[in-house]
Design a binder for this molecule. Structure first.
Ligand SMILES: *Cc1c(COP(=O)(O)O)cnc(C)c1O
Length: 360
């Protein structure tokens, strides 16, 4: 449906009523799912809390994988709803191992739900999602995936893998606004979430979306739609679709490879192997004697930040997500890091350009 985006932030036209379903369909297509797609008004953390709060019920057995603070939050919300949760906590800053997940599933054969983050912006790791979903699928366990960071930057074929419930948003690889989030939910996940203790008439209620959005022909959302956020999501989608999902994934991969090459040329070591690293951020182990604070102060660059979690004091993060997944940003990040550690900046930049196919 052709309609024109507003040119000003003031006096916004209402978002067209048939535009919501269009956005849901387009997000579903990018996620590779034909399941129901819900549009949650709020940042992704709210959608994740709604999922945990809606699926949890007293006595529900759940396996919760923790590779960052996000996993910790999710487990807390499940417990608040009465679920009996086993946390599988990965080694600090590393992906979870398939063996650890398999042991937890074997030890809890009655578990009906497993929650995992696909890729972590906090540590720069990616979890072995494909292998883990193969395990849960074989056991009939509903798999909930936090794909907020990975969506758009990594391949994620929700239906192909058999992910039952996925949560994402446009604020990472799509470089959109953080105010709207998306939930893709399968019939199996709906069955788990349709119980007497499930919240209704609540911002945490998935059943409200079923009743107000899905069962009314997808013209009405729970709550008052924010035209601003819907126009912004539509704009982010237009830009992203114009590039194409595969091209965006390839762009993120190239930025990650170039960053890793630049880091090595500076004489530093990426925190994890390429096989364990996401294409969204690169974490770098700091040389002895340098603190994160010193490095960030000396680097003075928007693309560098401290690590998150228990190994944070040893790590600095180079961001190459969304619009930062491009050569000039990668170069700026490497130059800034080189300044901070007194490394060979020229060598770092040559290595970056080499990955981009540009000769010195
Ligand atoms: C960013 C992120 C979130 C939360 O996004 P907010 O915008 O803070 O709500 C959740 N999970 C992961 C893995 C993320 O990277």
């Amino acid at each position: 449906m052709p309609f024109t985006a507003p040119s000003s932030l003031l006096d916004l036209p209402p978002f067209p009523a048939d535009g919501y379903a269009d956005i849901a369909d387009r997000m579903g297509a990018l996620l590779g799912t034909r399941n129901d797609v819900l549009l949650v008004q709020g940042e992704a953390i709210i959608a994740l809390e709604a999922v945990a709060s809606s699926l949890a019920q007293p006595g529900l057995g759940a396996i919760n994988i923790i590779t960052s603070p996000y996993g910790g939050l999710f487990g807390g919300w499940l417990r608040r709803g009465g679920a009996y949760v086993t946390d599988v906590v990965a080694e600090a800053g590393l992906p979870v191992t398939v063996e650890a997940v398999k042991s937890a599933l074997d030890a809890r054969p009655e578990a009906k739900l497993l929650a995992i983050v696909h890729a972590e912006s906090a540590s720069g790791i990616i979890n072995p999602l494909e292998e883990i979903v193969a395990l849960t699928k074989a056991r009939g366990v509903v798999t909930v995936v936090d794909a907020v960071a990975s969506f758009g930057g990594h391949a994620l074929d929700v239906d192909g893998l058999g992910v039952d419930l996925v949560v994402t948003g446009p604020q990472k690889s799509l470089a959109g606004s953080a105010g709207l989030s998306v939930i893709g939910i399968s019939p199996k996940a709906w069955a788990l979430g349709s119980h007497e203790a499930a919240p209704v008439n609540s911002v945490l209620s998935l059943l409200d979306h079923k009743r107000l959005w899905l069962e009314t022909g997808r013209g009405v959302l729970p709550g008052m739609p924010s035209a601003l956020e819907f126009w912004a999501l539509r704009a982010a989608l237009e830009r992203f679709e114009a590039e194409g999902l595969d091209a965006a994934i390839a762009r993120h991969h190239l930025a990650a490879e170039a960053t890793r090459a630049g880091v090595r040329a500076l004489g530093l070591t990426p925190w994890v192997d390429a096989a364990q690293a996401s294409d969204l951020v690169t974490t770098v182990r700091l040389p002895d004697g340098l603190t994160v604070g010193q490095v960030l102060q000396a680097a003075d660059a928007a693309g560098l930040s401290g690590g998150v979690g228990p190994v944070a004091e040893h790590l600095v993060r180079l961001n190459h997500t969304g619009q930062n997944a491009q050569r000039d940003v990668v170069r700026a990040n490497i130059a800034a890091l080189g300044r901070a550690v007194a490394g060979d900046i020229e060598a770092g930049l040559v290595a970056v350009d080499g990955v981009y196919g540009i000769a010195a």
